[in-house]
Design a protein around this ligand. Sequence first.
Ligand SMILES: [Zn+2]
Ligand SMILES: [Zn+2]
Length: 434
Amino acid sequence: MAQEQRTQRQMAQQQTAVAQVLTGLESGREWYQDLYRHLHAHPELSMAEFATAERIVTELRAMAGAEDAEIVSRIGNTGVAAILRNGPGPCVLLRADMDALPVREDTGLAYASTATGIAPDGSTVPVMHACGHDAHITCQLAAYRLLAARREAWSGTLVALFQPAEEAFDGAQTMVDDGLVDRIPKPDVALAQHVLPGAAGTVMVSPGAIMAACDDIAITLHGKGGHGSAPHETIDPVVLTAATVMRLQTIVSREVDPNAVAVITVGRMEAGTKNNIIPEVAEIELTVRTYDERVRERALAAIERVVFAEALASGAPEPEIRVVSRLPLTANDPEVTERVQRAFAAHFGDRMRPMDPEAGSEDFGIIPDAFGAPYCYWSFGAHDPDRWDSAVRAGTAGSDFPDCHSPRFAPLLDALDTGVEAMVVAALAWLGRP
Ligand SMILES: [Zn+2]
Ligand SMILES: [Zn+2]
């Protein structure tokens, strides 16, 4: 009973703090909608977020109430952190990703991007914020600004972290490799969000695995080349590759628990130059998606076993297996998520919904993992709520609305309010207990 009363009192304190901090929402709306339109019209590719980072620093320096904040820039090339120390209490890290995609925008918005950038291969490509990272930056800056303006409502340390190159899957790791852990205070909790197809005004959050672990693997299968009319003098890597690809497909069907989820997709295979030449070598590339570390380890071990065993069966030299990129599972900490859900329920009511696991992957988790801190990652809806809900009822939401990475992905300006509120409410679930 004493515990229950304490929790109720803490919840009441938090709600008072939320109300105080959000009094500035109305008057700040024009500023953050302008900022969003600017960022949307000026997207930059992964690891080229120079103007974006500069704008973030300019905005951070101009914020009333945050004059004493420590601003650390150039973490992992373009990363920025703002550290606001506001008395004793927990340290909360908010994270937003900053990069855009090589996509030609087709939204028809007045503030649509016509920007271009230089792709890793040196070519000039169109660039668009097709994954909503402009909304993530905007909402995080706006939440930080609101909290900075009402420092009497909370106590603790707030870190707003702006991360490069989420789309390239290496931005978080680059920040960690660049000494992130020594350059910002250790967070007690890390929080991040993504704008996704859904009803504007709603937040989606669930405990446990919500984004898949991803392992991208490249394999070189060696053979012994020769004339197509004399296969007995060769070791044919084409036949070896065909057998390997087929056998890899049995891992999910024969080795993974039917109740678990795993995907193994061979997306590229390449061998040979001409019909009557048996080539020396073949290449395959695959992606593995899993939601459970044990399933992941088992699938990866099975891939290695199958690849080596098929080479052995062909009498071929040892193959080479290279991990091209690797992303950990994004799994929400149960206790942290419960606290976020309680705070969201008190603020959003039935506008809080469960979040279904996404087959996509995220590198956010690398940051809290580097500190050994628990985290929660949620999403908020991008689209017209009435149209979305009726499309869901008709079973056509997936096809009626453009998804992230689509040239037509265009979150409503109104959707931003929820992203701002969600960051404030979740941060105050730790900081709003003076
Ligand atoms: Zn994306
Ligand atoms: Zn994204």
